[in-house]
Each structure stands twice: as structure tokens, then as C-alpha cells.
Design a protein around this ligand. Structure first.
Ligand code: PGA
Length: 256
């Protein structure tokens, strides 16, 4: 398996007003500039209202900017929604899709996620497709089935369109998100290995180059052991991405 450049992505969710966002971004940017031989890619996913401000702030920075969702239509009568084209217009180059807080909290189906992936790729956004099982599904031994069906349901039919340059997957067990609980290292090793094999079977050899992120209560304490697992090519980090010291420590670990 190739050694991939890691991606550390901060998912701010519905947090941070403009003044705090500016301060946090500045701290992360200053810190990452000070790392010699920075060996990882960095992504910040703020709420949509902050995208333009942050993209101006990071104009000379390698830190990339992503949105947390998009609509599947390009424009029209969809009150409250934001399209992939609009995200690109304000400086985003990535978008998270199918996050469990949208799948479970907002009843987003695989079909909707699939339509969003297509819309995002059309605008050349890099998609981070999130999948994960609930605690009950885990107890019932259904983890792999759930992940496979979420992936099959969320990928565009034309699998040859899935490239390492436009698609990333994030394994985020629903029960680990924001709870301080994480799977054991053995469990993450198993699931990421199974995901890799499944993606290769579905997509072909290109899937050996796709980045697979782990997400769910990753922090400065557990990042080293999680990031060193085979087939874990980075992290999608919620709570810990809101605290500069914590996030910068994770960046240091991923850059070693
Ligand atoms: P968490 O969130 O790091 O706070 O668990 C991760 C995510 O939801 O992407």
C-alpha cells in the first residue's frame, strides 16, 4: 500500500463567530508555517457564513478550506440551502458529505448523499464522504454491512469518476462522535482494512490511492496511535479542532 500524505481536517460544525474564527485560523496558520517539512495537508471546514472571510485570511496559506454540506441542485427555489457552485465562489475546495449528524439528525438518505457527491464533483470540489455505524449496529455485528451499503448508496453510479484527487472517505462511528469514546486500535485497523478492500473491489486499483480518514473523538492524546494504523490516512476532527493547542498538537503528530 502506498504511503499517502496525511490529511488533518477540522470540522467546526455550528461553532465559532467571526472574531473567534479569525483568531483560531491565525493560530493554526502561524503554527503550521513554523513546522519544517510539513508532511501533512491541512483543511478547515467552518460554517458556510465564515467561508469567504477565512478564504481571504488564508490567501497565502497552504491550509485548505472546506464546507460542511451542499445542496444537490446548482440554484433555484431551495430556501436556506447552499449549492456547490456557491461554495466554490466563496473559496471552498472541499466539502463534507453524509456526515452522521446529517444522516441521523436530519434524515439525509444515501440517495441524497449520492446526488450531492455528483453535484460537488461537477464543480470540482473534493468530497469527503462520511460513513459510520451506530452503537446498536455495532453491537449487532453489522458494522461492515452498514459501511458497505452507505458507500454503495452514496457513490455515483459511474465508479470510474471516483479518483484519489476528488474523493476521500471518513470512517466515523456514530457512537464515537463527540462522546470521548473511540473504537480500539484493533477495531480501527480491522474496519479500515476492510474498507480499503471493499473500495478496491468496487472501484478498482484507484481505490488503493484514496485517503481514508478516521473521525470520532480524535484528540492530541490518541492521535499518534490512531494515525499510525495501516490505512488510516488522516483524521476528521470535531471538538479538538476548536481548541488551537489541541489541534496544533495533532498537526505536529501528523507531520512527524
Ligand atoms: P468529534 O467529531 O471529533 O468531536 O468526535 C468528529 C466529527 O463529527 O467529524
Amino acid at each position: 500500500m502506498e504511503n499517502m500524505r496525511r490529511l488533518i481536517a477540522g470540522n467546526w460544525k455550528m461553532n465559532n463567530l467571526a472574531a473567534r474564527a479569525e483568531q483560531l485560523v491565525q493560530a493554526i496558520d502561524n503554527h503550521s508555517k513554523s513546522i519544517i517539512n510539513n508532511k501533512c495537508d491541512l483543511l478547515i471546514c467552518p460554517s458556510a457564513n465564515l467561508l469567504q472571510m477565512i478564504s481571504k485570511q488564508l490567501v497565502n496559506s497552504p491550509i485548505m478550506i472546506g464546507a460542511q454540506d451542499c445542496h444537490f441542485e446548482e440554484k433555484g427555489a431551495f430556501t436556506g440551502e447552499i449549492s456547490a457552485k456557491m461554495l466554490v465562489d466563496v473559496g471552498a475546495s472541499y466539502v463534507l458529505l453524509g456526515h452522521s449528524e446529517r444522516r441521523h439528525g436530519l434524515f439525509e438518505t444515501d440517495n441524497v448523499v449520492r446526488a450531492k457527491v455528483k453535484a460537488a464533483h461537477k464543480e470540482s470540489l473534493i468530497t469527503i464522504i462520511c460513513v459510520g455505524e451506530t452503537d446498536i449496529q455495532k453491537e449487532n455485528g453489522e458494522t461492515l454491512n452498514i459501511l458497505e451499503s452507505q458507500i454503495n448508496g452514496s457513490l455515483p453510479e459511474a465508479k470510474d469518476k471516483i479518483k484519489s484527487s476528488n474523493t476521500i472517505f471518513a470512517y466515523e462511528p456514530v457512537w464515537a462522535i463527540g462522546t470521548g469514546k473511540t473504537p480500539t486500535l484493533t477495531e480501527i485497523t480491522e474496519v479500515h482494512g476492510q474498507l480499503r478492500n471493499f473500495l478496491i473491489k468496487e472501484i478498482g486499483p484507484e481505490a488503493s490511492r484514496l485517503r481514508l480518514l478516521y473521525g470520532g473523538s480524535m484528540n492530541a492524546k490518541n492521535a499518534l496511535s490512531i494515525l499510525n494504523i495501516d490505512n488510516v490516512d488522516g483524521g476528521l476532527i470535531g471538538g479538538a479542532s476548536l481548541i488551537e493547542d489541541e489541534f496544533c498538537k495533532i498537526i505536529d503528530i501528523a507531520s512527524e
